[in-house]
Design a protein around this ligand. Structure first.
Ligand code: MN
Length: 254
């Protein structure tokens, strides 16, 4: 099996090297990742300038693993990687330095790498772990757990798009979870530059209450959270309700 690996932290992140080391057990691995950090780039693609790639040597990787850096986004990397390397079956994205839970799924470039695979009809798995200024991820500790989770997920052919979040500590086990959407943690904070001009930083605020069964809850409880996702964001309940009232909710022009 050919496995393409990308991320949004950039090709030199220790998280992508750790993921590639584990993934080698499951197939032929190639890394195609952004040349600089692209966190929060979401699903964007680069359409206003050309893309290129360069071969890169990454420390700690077996000689068989080729790595390339791309001047683009995670989605660009998946498109370029699957175009230039045929018969890719699986795309892994991560391991992100920082959780991707709840509403972060909308902004995450890590998730975008996996979703771009799903858009192409391939399997996509995004992997993330918490990080703070004081506590950076321990990838050596995580590696055996990443291996076990990939074994579990690759054992069947579906589901084909999964968001995996590891806790900071050795996990207690795995939990299938849903995306928590009750709180939005994004916030814009104003500040001043050295010239006294106002500027703004986008940041996140802590979420207080956690819904049981959600991705955030599982990670807080020390479990590996595994959320199956889909590309169809249609509200099917609302669609069914609206269609019932077709007579007055739709316009007729002819
Ligand atoms: Mn990131």
């Amino acid at each position: 099996m050919r496995i393409l690996i990308t991320n949004d932290d950039g090709v030199y992140s220790p998280g992508i090297a750790a993921l590639a080391q584990v993934a080698c057990r499951f197939g032929e691995v190639r890394i195609v990742a952004p040349d600089v950090e692209m966190s929060s780039a979401g699903q964007s693609i680069t359409a206003s300038r050309p893309l290129n790639y360069k071969r890169t040597l990454l420390p700690g990787l077996a000689g068989g693993v080729e790595a390339y850096r791309v001047n683009g986004t995670p989605s660009d990397c998946v498109m370029l990687g699957t175009t230039l390397w045929e018969q890719v079956q699986l795309v892994l994205s991560g391991i992100n330095i920082g959780s991707n839970i709840g509403n972060a799924i909308w902004h995450s470039g890590t998730l975008a790498g996996a979703k771009q695979a799903a858009l192409l009809g391939l399997r996509g798995i995004a992997l993330s772990t918490p990080a703070t200024e004081e506590a950076q991820p321990d990838f050596e500790m995580l590696k055996p757990w990443v291996g076990s989770v990939l074994e579990l997920l690759l054992d069947s052919t579906d589901p084909c798009l999964i968001n995996v979040n590891f806790p900071a500590q050795p996990p207690r086990g795995t939990r299938w979870t849903r995306q928590s959407v009750r709180h939005y943690d994004g916030r814009v904070v104003p500040g001043k530059d050295p010239m006294g001009r106002t500027h703004y930083w986008f940041t996140v605020v802590p979420v207080e209450a956690t819904e049981e069964g959600s991705d955030r809850w599982a990670v807080e409880q020390g479990y590996v959270s595994m959320t199956p996702l889909r590309l169809d964001i249609t509200d099917h309940t609302e669609l069914a309700r609206l269609r019932k009232h077709e007579a007055w909710k739709q316009l007729r022009f002819a």
